[in-house]
Design a protein around this ligand. Structure first.
Ligand code: ZN
Length: 359
């Protein structure tokens, strides 16, 4: 079993969940034995016409014992990048030597996905504020309950894929509760440059699973309504790295992203918001380093005669930015997280024109 130490934490060997005596993964109405895979459509609710609402699930139980991991996407129905990550792992990767079990949930929020919107169309409920759910409660909580009890609870850890909200975009980063030693291990294993250390709101899949002892991280990547190939490939490399850390697939290695910053509560991070309404000219791409006082964007009126410049209040990384270039006062423009010390110098070097020319 893997021992790994960083930042003062020692990770102890883990006793993986024993799903059943014969190593089978079981859910309500089904069983997947070692060496088997199943594609199922699992009913979590019903439409107005009484037809079943079913989520696609692929369960792959390896021939060798190991941890059980879930990979989930589209808890927000219009966040598509993660769907392709989960589908490629489930259906394109060679998992012949898998040690453990994968529970692949590419589309959690089927009603939202069909409508291509973030929330469940039923009263605009947020499925990702409805976990762990409850039988006999609202429609959203009943759906969450079916998902959670059957496919999340039996797992040892999980990866939940999201994108930015519609109209904005994110650089690929991990959100994780880094005070939890098991989440810490998982977050580092994914191998991103940036980890936002937050404990997760009540009702999120990440927060509730973690509280229940199933370490879970969120991967934020890109924008809604798109497949962004470069980000999907980057996320797949992260999944590969996690599988190496937990020895689900032995031939891979845990990746080091070149530099890493963990944004904890005492570091500055802010959503810079527009103070005027207008049309936005963003001067940087997602992931750019800006220095204190640098112009982030310009907000113009229809006549382009009263331009407002917005500057960086501190030196940091533009983790998320506006894509749809129109704002009311109060709308977010840029999610800026502080970068300092050695990491800042490494990123400066990486983003300097000379370095870019040389590569
Ligand atoms: Zn989301």
């Amino acid at each position: 079993m893997c021992w790994h130490a960083e930042r003062g934490f020692i990770y102890a060997p883990t006793n993986w969940s024993l799903m059943s005596d014969d190593g089978a993964f079981t859910y309500n109405g089904g069983k997947v034995s070692p060496g088997e895979r199943q594609n199922i459509r699992y009913g979590i609710s019903e439409t107005y016409l009484g037809d079943p609402i079913r989520i696609p699930v692929t369960i792959i139980n390896g021939e060798r014992p190991g941890p059980t991991a879930f990979l989930s996407a589209a808890a927000h129905g219009d966040e598509l990048n993660g769907i392709e990550v989960v589908r490629e792992v489930a259906h394109e990767w060679d998992l012949t030597d898998l040690a453990g079990t994968l529970v692949c949930l590419p589309v959690l929020n089927v009603p939202g996905f069909l409508a291509q919107q973030r929330y469940l169309p039923i009263y605009d409920r947020d499925l990702n504020r409805s976990f762990p759910g409850r039988e006999g409660s609202t429609s959203a909580k009943r759906m969450a309950h079916r998902i959670y009890t059957n496919f999340i609870e039996p797992c040892d850890f999980g990866l939940d894929f999201h994108t930015s909200t519609r109209g904005r975009t994110n650089m690929l980063h991990v959100r994780a509760d880094m005070t939890d030693i098991d989440v810490h291990r998982l977050a580092l294993a994914f191998g991103t440059n940036v980890i936002l250390d937050t404990d997760g709101s009540d009702g999120t899949l990440r927060g509730e699973a973690t509280n229940a002892g199933i370490p879970t991280i969120t991967i934020e990547m890109g924008e809604a309504h798109r497949f962004q190939r470069q980000l999907i490939d980057e996320a797949l490399a992260g999944v590969e790295s996690v599988f190496a850390e937990y020895e689900l697939l032995e031939q891979h290695t845990v990746r080091w992203p070149g530099w890493r910053t963990i944004i904890t509560g005492d570091r500055q991070k802010t959503w810079i918001r527009a103070d005027v309404g207008g049309i936005v000219d963003m001067h940087h791409d997602r992931g750019a380093l800006v220095h204190e006082g640098d112009v982030i964007c310009t907000i113009t009126n229809p006549f382009k005669n009263d331009n407002i410049t917005v500057t960086a209040p501190f030196t940091g990384l533009m983790v998320g930015i506006l894509e749809n270039p129109v704002v009311y006062p109060g709308n977010p423009l840029c999610h800026l997280v502080e970068l300092g010390g050695r990491t800042k110098r490494v990123v400066e070097l990486e983003q300097s024109p000379a370095t870019a020319d040389a590569t």
